[in-house]
Design a binder for this molecule. Structure first.
Ligand code: ADE
Length: 270
């Protein structure tokens, strides 16, 4: 996969030389290029921002340096290759999820445009649609100072899904969000640590019981920490043991979806 990142702070992306992503680059699995937006300016001060039309606080990124930078990336596309996807990190974008990470990991070429200040002149996004599939993407409902930190997170989440990046691909199957649930808790030696014992079932050697316990823990943890995920979970084909566990946690299956059981008591209608 090829990835291009455009930023006014290319040093911010230095961690992408480390660990599994750095190794994937060395091994040629990931061809990652970071570009300094200021190299695409033409004035003496290398200006990338200006005041917003209509007034208001802060500065807006000027369109022309972005057009130059993005055109140079689009021009490198090999003859006949599919249009690259241009991801624009923004709190106003669609939510970045594991499902989107899987979708983007299928692409041959991704580009990331890191905005700063109040954002990039909107016309850049319109113009970019001639050359890219443009996707404004948000990491979550909070505001960062710029797109760089979001790119670090997204490139790591996408890059680790590329074949050969994570040594044991099975670890991708059992982790949080791969099946719509949070991951079960994990333990290692010693079996007793500061008077706290590892759950006995994990020492039993009974793989059926261990799987069932882990599944139960996934449901329990998801119900406690992320009930929104449980309500989005496809419960249509759940085995009876799972349904029983979910009932204990206060959920019923209604039309293939999990619904929290209303609390007992309340209005009896008279
Ligand atoms: N830039 C600023 N805030 C952001 C967010 N929440 N997600 C992605 N990019 C951003």
């Amino acid at each position: 996969m090829r990835i291009d990142v455009v930023s006014i702070f290319p040093e911010y992306l230095a961690p992408l030389e480390l660990s599994l992503i750095g190794k994937a680059r060395q091994e040629g699995i990931l061809d990652l290029h970071v570009h300094d937006l200021r190299t695409f300016t033409t004035d003496r001060h290398r200006t990338v921002d200006d005041t917003p039309y209509g007034g208001g606080a802060g500065m807006v990124m000027k369109p022309e340096p972005w057009a130059q930078a993005l055109a140079s990336i689009a021009d490198e596309r090999p003859e006949g290759a599919a249009r690259p996807v241009l991801i624009v990190p923004s709190p106003a974008g669609e939510r970045f999820t594991q499902a989107l990470a899987y979708e983007l990991a299928e692409q041959d070429h991704l580009a990331f445009a890191c905005g700063r200040y109040e954002g990039i002149d909107e016309r850049v996004l319109e113009w970019s649609r001639e050359h890219f599939d443009v996707r404004p993407v948000s990491l979550g409902d909070y505001v960062l100072n710029g797109g760089e930190v979001a790119v670090l997170a997204m490139v790591e989440a996408i890059g680790r899904l590329l074949p050969g990046v994570v040594g044991n691909p099975e670890s991708l199957v059992e982790e949080s969000h791969s099946d719509g649930l949070l991951e079960y808790p994990v333990y290692t030696k010693p079996s007793v640590w500061r008077e706290r014992e590892v759950p006995a079932v994990l020492l039993s050697g009974n793989h059926g019981r261990i799987s069932q316990w882990r599944r139960h823990e996934q449901f329990r943890r998801t119900a406690e920490r992320r009930p929104d995920l449980l309500e989005a979970f496809d419960a249509g084909k759940l085995p009876r043991a799972d349904r029983a566990e979910l009932q204990e946690l206060g959920y019923d299956v209604v039309d293939g979806r999990l619904r929290p059981r209303p609390a007992a008591g309340g209005d009896h209608g008279d």
